[in-house]
Design a protein around this ligand. Structure first.
Ligand code: GDP
Ligand code: GDP
Length: 454
């Protein structure tokens, strides 16, 4: 039932994209070196190898859009998690724990050539307790000769082992078919609760004041969860009231449970950040105003942008700010956060609670923008006006024309322009700027796509 887009004369222009849905989330867990990243690459169909012979190479991204036989899902790679000083067992167990909490299905990868190790057994204990689907992947079965080794993994008590070769692709199709049969159509962990409180991710690097914010907000007034329509029963989320409005803060378990892994801490944090963003509609990124804006802060902002969620920037510990630092901070914001100048900013103090209530209008503004739908006629009038005023520059005697445009979805607002040729990136940025000037979109990313018609 694809929505057809028709032009001014009723001609068929293409299909609209379906509404943003909560795609089911599949996580890959396992010890270092069993072939997790090889499997991720195989599933994503990528050529460039992230695979390295060094165990546990740190990888930045954790969450990828994936597709198999026309069905889309989100693939979470927990493999970049470097084991910390307390040893590999604790790291791998913690990784499995996150996967179980925050994903819809788990692929547990074991090296069939090595057989189950003590670390594997520990993960098995955790996996047996969940009622989410778990798939036991016996990797490195490069040919039929090795299949008996995979069969030996029945002994783990996780059901049928799937013999695969992540490296050569053997068995991966059967595995994915099986996964998709068990995977829910819509994510249970990332599912929007319609009618319930809106879902907010509180993000920021360690010590910016996330738990202080949570405690302050939760401390003001306890919400009786069961009295609210559509409230979550997910134990990792929490209902919080600020200035008379109730919000669902997602993955507060990740904020409350302070993890002090030494080497793995960063990766653990970005894993949780990505998972929280899956569930959230809007993110509040906290900054500590006594500290310089760091790469880690900017990486978190990037994760929000990648996720397409609405964004609010909160500058915390305002009570500690002196005039010098304040002037410097303003310069930093101008330089480092220019690309998100559209995000509402709140200056606050989580410790004292001062200006906490200012989060409410900021969140509402950002969510309103994120929800915005502009009727096609209005959008086309805007495009026509703009093109007349500033036509696309000539390229080799030719000038791409915009035939028609439409907003194909909201959350975030996503537009498609049907054109007769490639629009310069500069011209597309110009259109985006104009869109913001006209419609605001304060607090929301906007996406502008092109479809070139021959
Ligand atoms: P990760 O640490 O779990 O992400 O493991 P990697 O994907 O980095 O793989 C670890 C090593 O195992 C690399 O040298 C890979 O080339 C190798 N490897 C991964 N999958 C397979 C496989 O299916 N067969 C064989 N023979 N080697 C594999
Ligand atoms: P998290 O790691 O992001 O959860 O940060 P915490 O909430 O644990 O805060 C880290 C430290 O900063 C704690 O000592 C807090 O008391 C302190 N802190 C948090 N917010 C504020 C604030 O607004 N003002 C001041 N002065 N200190 C704060």
């Amino acid at each position: 039932d694809d929505l057809q887009l028709l032009g001014a004369d009723g001609e068929f222009l293409g299909f609209a994209e379906p509404e943003a849905e909560a795609l089911p989330v599949v996580a890959i867990v396992g010890r270092p070196n069993v072939g997790k990243s090889a499997l991720v690459n195989r599933i994503l169909g990528r050529r460039e190898a992230v695979v390295e012979d060094v165990p546990g190479v740190t990888r930045d991204r954790v969450s990828y859009p994936a597709e198999w036989t026309g069905r889309r899902f989100t693939l979470v790679d927990t493999g970049g998690w470097e084991p910390d000083a307390r040893g590999i067992d604790a790291s791998v167990a913690a990784q499995a724990e996150v996967a179980i909490e925050l994903c819809d299905a788990v692929l547990f990868v074991v090296d069939s050539r090595v057989g189950p190790t003590a670390t594997d057994e520990r993960v098995v204990q955790l996996l047996r307790r969940t009622n989410k689907p778990v798939f036991l992947v016996a990797n490195k079965v490069d040919d039929a000769v090795q299949e008996p080794e995979a069969a030996a993994l029945w002994s783990l008590g996780l059901g049928e082992p799937y013999p695969v070769s992540a490296l050569h692709g053997r068995g991966v199709a059967d595995l994915l078919d099986a996964v998709l049969r068990k995977l829910p159509k819509e994510s249970a962990v990332a599912k929007p609760q319609l009618g319930g409180p809106r879902r907010v991710a509180i993000l920021g690097r360690p010590n910016v004041g996330k738990s202080s914010l949570l405690n302050k907000a939760a401390g003001e007034e306890r919400v009786v969860v069961n009295d609210l329509a559509g409230t979550t029963r997910d134990p990792v989320d929490e209902q919080v009231e600020i200035a008379g409005r109730v919000w669902t803060f997602v993955d507060t378990a990740g904020i409350r449970r302070r993890v002090h892994l030494q080497k793995g801490a960063d990766f653990y944090a970005s894993l949780r950040t990505a998972a929280a963003l899956e569930k959230a509609e809007v993110a509040v990124v906290l900054f500590d105003v006594t500290q310089e804006i760091s790469d880690q802060d900017l990486r978190i902002v990037d994760l929000v942008l990648e996720s397409g969620r609405a964004l609010v920037l909160a500058f915390n510990k305002w009570d500690l700010l002196d005039d010098d630092r304040r002037r410097y901070l303003e310069r930093e914001i101008e330089q480092d956060l220019a690309h998100v100048a559209w995000a509402p900013r709140v200056n606050m103090s989580a410790r004292t609670g001062r200006h906490l209530e200012k989060l409410v209008p900021a969140l509402e503004t950002a969510l309103d923008s994120w929800d915005t739908r502009i009727p096609t006629a209005k959008f086309n009038a805007f495009v026509a006006e703009l093109v007349q005023e500033y036509p696309h520059p000539l390229r080799g005697g030719k000038q791409p024309r915009i035939l028609f445009g439409t907003q194909v979805q909201n959350r975030p607002p996503t537009f498609v322009l049907f054109t007769t040729g490639f629009l310069d990136p500069g011209y597309r940025r110009f259109i985006q700027r104009r869109l913001r000037e006209r419609y605001g979109f304060e607090g929301s990313p906007i996406v502008l796509n092109m479809r070139i018609r021959e």
